[in-house]
Design a protein around this ligand. Structure first.
Ligand SMILES: Nc1ncnc2c1ncn2[C@@H]1O[C@H](COP(=O)(O)OP(=O)(O)OP(=O)(O)O)[C@@H](O)[C@H]1O
Ligand SMILES: [Mg+2]
Length: 356
């Protein structure tokens, strides 16, 4: 099997390093289309960070979170015996800042659980803040990274959790300048919602991790012996989507694979449009519910017949939200620009619309 090395991301890595070099002051949203390489970039950087930083990386993907308690457990990784290490890691510096009587007393797992189980989420925040300041004072800047945070949005736990969490992040960054906070997600609707609900104006910054551009894609493929023709085919179909390029690198017959990938995407999109002949999905906006009409979806998609990116002027809002939610379109919450999630999606949209 071919081993694929981490490629490029110099600009994004530099941006993140510049942030880490300065005093924590804003929450950083690392965002981008699905499968653009956000998690990979963040993990690559974490591996290379010097000892002056203490990173807490929490990935919420695949974790079942339906209430505060679940969230706290995930935050501290308590359900995994093997990862119990994280708790001990937290406890190390904490004993130094706790009152004398706590010194040296290890906190066993059951006590730890009891401590948080029936308590409010704020208790956990106080705890994390204490840990963060202990690291800070010992000369190591804490870096809190929460990956796939949209999980808590999907679960519709309680709007308050998101609000409380982000207020806590504002406290760690803008108010106390104690820890860097990175929130990584591909869910731009969730980001928009968090931005307004948690009142983040002037308290956050956006850092885009997009698919590779054409130059970087070509450089990436050159490392794996692609001919000029194969590079052209790859760019035409995968654009710079790392996960798609990886499949091509591993494939023998590249042309055959891209045709198959495109055919799959076209079928999925056709199926979706067919489904809309029967069902009108519901979209919530504020407290009101709106029905998504197929003709508005088609109209929105038709904007991509001769454009790769659009803005949302004149777009039907429920249709737009639906296509973003369904991961066909990607909305850049920073610039307002909308584009298909991938090059394959763009090609499939153009192909399918010819028959509508
Ligand atoms: N810079 C890179 N160099 C080499 N491979 C990469 C790079 N970035 C991403 N990949 C590969 O692409 C795949 C998808 O990347 P990753 O999971 O990081 O994307 P993501 O943006 O976090 O996705 P999601 O939106 O689902 O969270 C991974 O298998 C990874 O190995
Ligand atoms: Mg990811």
């Amino acid at each position: 099997m071919k081993r694929i090395e981490f490629h490029d991301r110099e600009r994004e890595a530099k941006e993140i390093m510049d942030i880490l070099d300065s005093e924590p002051s804003l929450i950083t949203f690392v965002y981008g289309p699905i499968n653009s390489g956000k998690t990979t970039l963040v993990n690559n950087l974490i591996d290379r960070l010097p000892e002056d930083y203490k990173v807490f990386y929490i990935n919420l993907r695949g974790r079942f979170i339906s209430n505060y308690d679940d969230f706290i457990k995930v935050l501290f990784d308590v359900e995994h015996e093997t990862r119990y290490e994280r708790i001990k890691e937290f406890l190390g510096p904490v004993v130094r800042v706790l009152p004398e009587s706590y010194y040296g007393i290890p906190i066993p797992k059951d006590v730890f659980l009891k401590l948080f189980k029936e308590k409010e989420v704020e208790d956990a925040f106080v705890y994390i803040e204490t840990v963060a300041s202990a690291f800070y004072e010992s000369g190591r800047v804490p870096v809190l990274v929460i990956d796939e945070l949209q999980v808590i949005g999907d679960m519709k736990i309680d709007g308050l959790l998101t609000y409380k969490l982000f207020n806590f992040f504002v406290r760690l960054t803008k108010e106390l300048h104690l820890a860097h906070v990175f929130v990584v997600t591909s869910d731009s609707l969730f980001l928009e919602q968090v931005y307004s609900e948690a009142m983040l104006k002037g308290r956050c910054r956006y850092l885009l991790v997009d698919d590779f551009d054409a130059v970087e894609t070509t450089a990436f493929l050159s490392k794996y012996g692609f001919t000029d023709d194969e590079k052209r085919v790859a760019l035409e179909h995968c654009g710079g989507k790392p996960v798609c390029l990886l499949e091509l690198i591993r494939a023998g017959e590249k042309q055959k694979l891209v045709k198959k990938m495109l055919a799959t995407r076209i079928n999925q999109l056709k199926d979706l449009l067919d489904y809309l002949d029967y069902i009108k999905p519901k979209i919530m906006m504020g407290d009101a519910e709106y029905l998504v009409e197929k003709e508005d979806v088609v109209d929105t998609l038709s904007r991509f017949t001769d454009a790769e990116v659009i803005d949302d002027r004149g777009l039907n809002r429920p249709a737009k939200q639906f296509l973003i939610k369904d991961n066909i379109l990607f909305l850049d919450p920073d610039t307002g620009i909308i584009k298909p999630q991938s090059r394959l999606d763009l090609l499939a949209i153009r192909e399918v619309l010819e028959d509508v």
